[in-house]
Ligand binder design. Structure first.
Ligand code: NAD
Length: 480
């Protein structure tokens, strides 16, 4: 029987085509569930529903603070159901449940942030220079949003879109990754429970080119907000151009982690390992490009390799595991080829490069890998690997460090390690990356903008700008 896992107009439905997908845990192949896959017609129907809910329904006309209260209730309910969500996320992704629990806290915090922000900024008065004119700028709901999210942080990346869209008064169709649908299904349950009106929040599941593509192409979608790979982002931007809709893109990264010789050695090392290997490197902001001052290189990289060899791989519920599997066999093949090519181009394989064996053989494990001696222009320096692979480059001067760190088409995030506060600030200002961490790596805040320079994306998520992406600004000029 086809499971009713699409959520359209407040009802659970099976897809028109009766297509199904079986989800298995990447850690060991355990069956996790079977979901219905939407056809393009299902997605178009969901768009029509979202359009009607925006044009005629109550949500965009509900006072913003009241919408904010509903968004706050989402946060509260997510906290109550945290364990259920965390387990579902770990089964779909294979990630350690301790990490999924942290993701769930972050997701609830994101809904809290936008729930509180809703209605706080009613616009602004503008001085027209004429006492007979009242001129103001108002922020209005934008319309119907197509939200497309990836598999690495499935619910977190969806939440960064859903929470501001709801707070802004928009309606939406969410299309999560076909590989990790379960927490999106649970989220729809929660939105329904807390009183989001039917038709406001819609969910379609399935392959991107089928279930997702109409969200970029459809004339009734006002904004497509996409998080995923660069190539897909280009396809979506091109498809969206046909109807000149707004486009928000959160794409990949090739993020430098710059370690100066005066850094706190232990803190820099701990963080370099975490930056590169957490969630097996399947993180858009992974510190996959270590850029170390020449005089520190030998000692730092020897210790990095020693510690990387000790990282224990294991399933989501294995308390002794430090990291989990890759998402799929196809992705592991991609990472394997990426490392092979790097070595062929002259990179020195210091550790890793192997698959999980023995009790890990049924999962898609890839050992933490250090590639030393890489140079500008090599494919492992240019392309995102999205696996547990860190490359090592060296520099001798501050200028050289900045030059290497900025030598990328991406520009999502960067780390800087130094005990010289002035140098930290100086280098941070020169880095062309959307987030710069000084003496840390990976923390982010819902109240601070997230997004990329260069080909890491267009627009920003989180912070007040993350809400503005889901609004229209209207200038009302009154001659009194
Ligand atoms: P992906 O591009 O393969 O897929 C992302 C989503 O797009 C999925 O839901 C997929 O089904 C959908 N999709 C694919 N083709 C489509 C099409 N033609 N039309 C509409 N939708 C389509 O990416 P992925 O492999 O799921 O995720 C990994 C990538 O995401 C990495 O490159 C990573 O860096 C990036 N990412 C970026 C951020 C960020 O904040 N910048 C966060 C997480 C992941």
């Amino acid at each position: 029987m086809t499971p009713a896992t699409l959520f359209i107009d407040g009802r659970w439905e099976a897809a028109a085509s009766a297509g199904v997908r079986e989800i298995r845990c990447p850690a060991d192949g355990t069956p996790v569930g079977t979901v219905s896959e939407a056809t393009a017609e299902d997605t178009e129907r969901a768009v029509a529903v979202a359009r009607r809910a925006f044009d005629d329904g109550p949500w965009p006309r509900t006072p913003a603070p009241e919408r904010g209260d509903v968004v706050l209730r989402v946060a509260a309910r997510l906290r109550e159901r945290k364990e259920e969500f965390a387990r579902a996320e770990s089964l779909d992704t294979g990630k350690r449940v301790v990490e999924s629990r942290i993701d769930m806290d972050d997701i609830a915090n994101c809904f809290d942030y936008y729930g509180k922000l809703a209605g706080q900024d009613a616009g602004r008065l503008v001085d027209a220079g004429d006492p007979n004119v009242v001129s103001r700028v108002a922020y209005e709901p934008l319309g119907v949003c197509g939200l497309i999210s990836p598999w690495n942080y499935p619910l977190l990346q969806a939440a960064w879109k859903v929470a501001p869209a709801l707070a802004a008064g928009d309606t939406f169709v969410l299309k999560p990754s076909e590989l990790t649908p379960h927490t999106a299904i649970l989220l729809m349950e929660v939105l329904d429970e807390v009183g989001v009106p039917a038709g406001v929040a819609n969910l379609v599941l399935g392959a991107g080119p089928v279930a997702g593509a109409p969200l970029a192409e459809h004339p009734d979608v006002d904004l497509v907000s996409f998080t995923g790979g660069l190539a897909t982002g280009r396809t979506i931007a091109a498809a969206a151009a046909g109807t000149v809709k707004k486009v928000a893109l959160e794409l990949g990264g090739k993020n430098p982690n710059v370690v100066f010789a005066d850094a706190d050695f232990d803190a820099a090392l701990d963080n370099a390992l975490n930056a590169a290997f957490v969630h097996s490197g399947q993180v858009c902001s992974a510190g996959a490009r270590l850029v170390v001052e020449e005089s520190l290189h030998g000692r730092f990289v020897d210790e990095l390799v020693r510690r990387a060899r000790g990282i224990r791989m294991g399933g989501p519920f294995d308390d002794s595991a430090d990291t989990g599997p890759l998402i799929s066999a196809a992705h592991r093949d991609k990472v394997t080829e990426y490392v092979r090519r790097g070595v062929e181009e002259g990179a020195v394989l210091r550790c890793g490069g192997t698959w999980g064996e023995g009790e890990l053989a049924d999962g898609f494990y890839y050992a933490p890998t250090v590639l030393d001696g890489v140079r500008s222009g090599m494919s492992v320096v240019v392309d995102e690997g999205f696996g547990p692979v860190v490359t090592v480059e060296t520099f001798s001067t501050e200028d050289e460090a900045v030059g290497i760190a900025n030598d990328t088409r991406y520009g999502l995030a960067a780390g800087v390690w130094t005990q010289d506060a002035g140098k930290g600030q100086r280098v941070a200002q020169r880095l062309r990356h959307g987030t710069v961490w000084i003496n840390d790596f990976h923390p982010y805040l819902p109240q601070a903008e997230w997004g990329g320079y260069g080909q890491s994306g267009v627009g920003r998520e989180l912070g007040p700008t993350g809400l503005a992406e889901y609004q229209e600004a209207k200038h009302i000029y009154q001659n009194i």
